[in-house]
Design a protein around this ligand. Structure first.
Ligand code: UT7
Length: 329
């Protein structure tokens, strides 16, 4: 019997309807469309007015199961990446299973900030490759607006809300996930962090007054590490798998900053046409960016295409996944 690989057999995204443009933000904080566009590449982002991360995830998963003709009762496992769970506990995966009827599945949340989706995808794949499970749902979702400070122009312009989900199933033709490289370095934690609400700084009047429940980022520091590490790990996974730039059909990069994406593509020797970009319309949706890219570009993907997924995020966390796309739309 051929080796079992874990293949993505469907992808679906969900973004809330409400659009917040750069012009809208310029009415709230001291910023401009020109600054945001040239520094990040973002023009607008989606904002969830009502509801939680699990509601966005549920929309994505319900549509994913419908389009892949999958009975929710057949799902074995849900791995959900987020930094904006519905609650500290129970897990958002747990809530999602209830909201979508995946009641035979077990699931858990995974925190790896902007690298959440590649951590979750690599984790979910193990359960398929071992032969243990037949259907695993991997979700990346964040309601970043629930932890954004609309008095802090250095963070509130960058992030948006969104969700994406993929179905993983066994493949016997060598398609699907081929390799991954994942890294973490917790010494970078102070540069991108939600300081309060956990066991270091449990919620108090002071933590609220000091706005410590919002995202804090030292953008320049994060930028420096992101550019270097995302580019390096993407080149490393190519070397490790003997892939030339001609062999790579698509780079699927985390959407934090167009300049970081460009640096990664340059390091890999890839032209712009091979790079998935949707940062201009969604901003940085943290764990949501990669599945939202796959969803937006799904129709252009062909069976056998070589994709490199690459991300960098808070922690620091970073990594890359090499996969062969398994179907034509
Ligand atoms: O996804 C997880 C990982 N995160 C990332 O990868 C993000 C990495 N960092 C970045 O993408 C960039 O550092 C930012 C987009 C966050 C910031 O861009 P930058 O080119 O690094 O700007 P900066 O932080 O060096 O700030 C330059 C100037 C500052 O003013 P002064 O000190 O030069 O007078 C900021 O106060 O721009 C100012 N500034 C703004 N001006 C207008 C910062 N935010 C804004 C803003 N509008 N929204």
């Amino acid at each position: 019997m051929n080796k079992i690989t874990a293949a993505i057999t469907g992808v679906q995204g969900y973004v809330p309807e409400h659009v917040l443009s750069n012009e809208d933000l310029a009415k709230i904080v001291d910023t401009s469309d020109e600054w945001i566009t040239t520094r990040t590449g973002i023009k607008e982002r989606r904002i969830m007015k009502n509801g939680a991360s699990s509601d966005m995830a549920a929309e994505a998963v319900k549509a994913l199961l419908a389009k892949t003709n999958t009975d929710p009762l057949d799902i074995d496992l849900v791995v959900l990446a987020t930094v904006t769970p519905d609650y500290p506990f129970p897990s958002t995966a747990n809530v999602l299973c209830d909201k979508t009827g995946m009641t035979n599945a077990w699931g858990f949340d995974l925190i790896a900030a902007c690298s959440g989706f590649i951590y979750a995808l690599s984790t979910g794949a193990q359960f398929i490759e071992t032969g243990r499970y037949k259907k695993v749902v991997v979700v990346g979702v964040d309601k970043m607006t629930s932890i954004l400070d609309y008095q802090d122009r250095t963070t509130c312009v960058i992030f948006g809300d969104g969700a994406g989900a993929v179905l993983l199933e066994p493949n016997h033709d060598g398609l699907g996930i081929q390799d991954f490289i994942l890294r973490s370095d917790g010494s970078g934690r102070e540069y991108l962090v939600q300081p309060a609400g956990g066991s270091v700084n449990p919620p108090t009047h002071e933590t609220v007054e000091n706005r410590m429940h919002f995202v804090k980022q030292e953008g320049k520091q994060v930028f420096k590490f992101a550019v270097t590490n995302m580019a390096e790990v993407s080149a490393e996974i190519m070397d490790k798998n003997n892939l030339s730039s001609e062999d790579v059909d698509w780079l699927v990069p985390h959407q934090a900053n167009l300049r970081i994406i460009d640096a990664t593509a340059d390091r890999m020797g890839l032209p712009k046409e091979k790079v998935m970009i949707n940062i201009q319309k969604y901003g940085n949706t943290t764990a949501g960016t990669l599945p939202l890219c796959l969803w937006d570009y799904e129709k252009q993907l062909k069976k056998g295409d070589n994709l490199i997924l690459s991300a960098f995020g808070g922690g620091f966390t970073w990594g890359a996944v090499y996969l062969k796309w398994a179907y034509n739309s």
